[in-house]
Design a protein around this ligand. Structure first.
Ligand code: UD2
Length: 297
C-alpha cells in the first residue's frame, strides 16, 4: 500500500507526480546551464531529503570568524544556528577569534558542539576576511579530513531565520549574492584587472556569489580554499589585492569549477534590503552594521 510519508521505500507513480508538482517554481530559475539545481523554497521536499541524509549519520562542520569587535555578533549567530542550521544533525562549529575569553556560552543540543581556535588580531579588515581561506584550508588538513563530511563557511555578522538543512548539501556549493541576482553580468563586481588571479573578463561569469557563505564536501572545499589562498598570496607578492578580496577569488574559482549546487539568495539575504516577492523565506541574513564602528580601520 502507498505510504503517506516520503520514506523512499514505496512511492507510487501518483506520489512522484504529486511531489514533482509541489516541488516546482516558475517565477525563478531553478537549474543552471550546467544542470546544477538552484535551491529555492518550493523546489524541494525537506522531509524526503532528511529521510535520505539522516540515516547516513553525516557530520557537518561550520567555520565562523569573530576577530576584534565582530565577537559581538557571535551570540545571535550561535543561538539562531541552534534553531535552524542542520537541526537534528551532527554539527560542529569551529570558531576563529582573537578574543576567546569573550566567547558566549550557548547551550547546544546533543551531537552539536563548538570549538574555539585562537587567531592573532589584525589591523586590516581586508586581511581578516581574506586570511579565512588559509585558516579553513589548515583546519581541514589538521582536523576535518577524517572527522566531517561537509563544511559550510559563514560570515559571523549574520543570523538564521529559517531552515538551512540537508537540501543545501552538495559537492561544491555556492550562494547567489542577494545584491546582484537581478543584474546583468556586466554589473557584477568581479575583479577586472587581468593581472590579478581573480580576473574575470567582460562577458564571462555565471552568477555573482557571496564570500559570506559557501561550502560542500570536505575535499572540494579543501581544494577551493587551497587554490584561493594560493592565488591571493601570489597576487599579494605583486602588490595586487582583488576588488573584494577572497570573494573575488571565490567567484573566479566558481567560474572555472562550476558548483554542483547553487543556493538562492534565501541563504544569504541582507537585513537592510526589503524582501523581494520571489523570496518566500529568508533563511540566513547579514545584520545591519556600522562598518566605521566595528572594523579595525
Ligand atoms: C562581504 C562578504 C564577506 C567578504 C567581504 C569581502 C557577504 C555577505 N559578505 O562582506 O564574506 O567576502 O565582502 O572581503 O557575502 N571579520 C572579523 N573581524 C573584522 C572584519 C571581518 O571577524 O574586523 C570577519 C567576520 O567573520 C565577517 C567576515 O570577516 O563576517 C567578513 O567581513 P565583513 O562582514 O566586514 O565583510 P562585508 O560585510 O563587506
Amino acid at each position: 500500500a502507498p505510504c503517506s510519508s516520503f520514506s523512499g521505500c514505496c512511492l507510487t507513480a501518483h506520489d512522484v507526480t504529486r511531489l514533482l508538482m509541489c516541488c516546482s517554481r516558475t517565477d525563478v530559475v531553478t537549474v543552471t546551464p550546467w544542470l546544477a539545481p538552484i535551491v529555492w523554497e518550493g523546489t524541494f521536499n525537506p522531509v524526503l531529503l532528511d529521510s535520505i541524509y539522516k540515516p547516513q549519520n553525516i557530520s557537518i562542520a561550520a567555520t565562523v570568524f569573530a576577530v576584534g569587535k565582530y565577537i559581538m555578533f557571535l551570540k545571535d549567530f550561535l543561538e539562531t544556528a541552534e534553531k535552524h542550521f542542520f537541526v537534528g544533525f551532527n554539527m560542529h562549529v569551529y570558531l576563529f577569534t582573537d578574543r576567546p575569553k569573550e566567547v558566549p556560552q550557548v547551550k547546544m543540543a546533543a551531537g552539536r558542539q563548538l570549538s574555539v581556535r585562537s587567531v592573532p588580531s589584525s589591523n586590516r579588515w581586508q586581511e581578516i576576511s581574506a586570511r579565512r581561506m588559509e585558516l579553513i584550508q589548515l583546519l581541514i588538513e589538521e582536523e576535518l579530513q577524517n572527522n566531517a563530511d561537509y563544511i559550510f563557511c559563514l560570515d559571523v555578522d549574520s543570523q538564521f531565520h529559517g531552515r538551512w538543512g540537508s537540501e543545501s548539501l552538495g559537492g561544491l556549493v555556492a550562494v547567489v549574492h542577494p545584491g546582484y541576482y537581478w543584474d546583468d553580468r556586466s554589473k557584477f563586481p568581479y575583479e577586472r584587472r587581468p593581472e590579478s588571479r581573480a580576473y574575470i573578463a567582460a562577458g564571462e561569469g555565471d552568477f555573482y556569489f557571496c564570500g559570506g557563505a559557501f561550502g560542500g564536501l570536505i575535499q572540494e572545499v579543501h581544494l577551493l580554499t587551497k587554490t584561493c589562498r594560493f592565488n591571493f598570496e601570489e597576487d599579494a607578492k605583486e602588490n595586487i589585492e582583488a576588488a573584494w578580496q577572497e570573494e573575488s577569488h571565490l567567484n573566479r574559482y566558481m567560474w572555472v569549477n562550476k558548483p554542483s549546487k547553487v543556493l538562492s539568495p534565501e541563504y544569504l539575504w541582507q537585513d537592510f534590503k526589503p524582501r523581494n516577492p520571489e523570496i518566500h523565506i529568508i533563511r540566513f541574513s547579514g545584520v545591519v552594521k556600522n562598518y566605521a564602528a566595528i572594523r579595525p580601520n
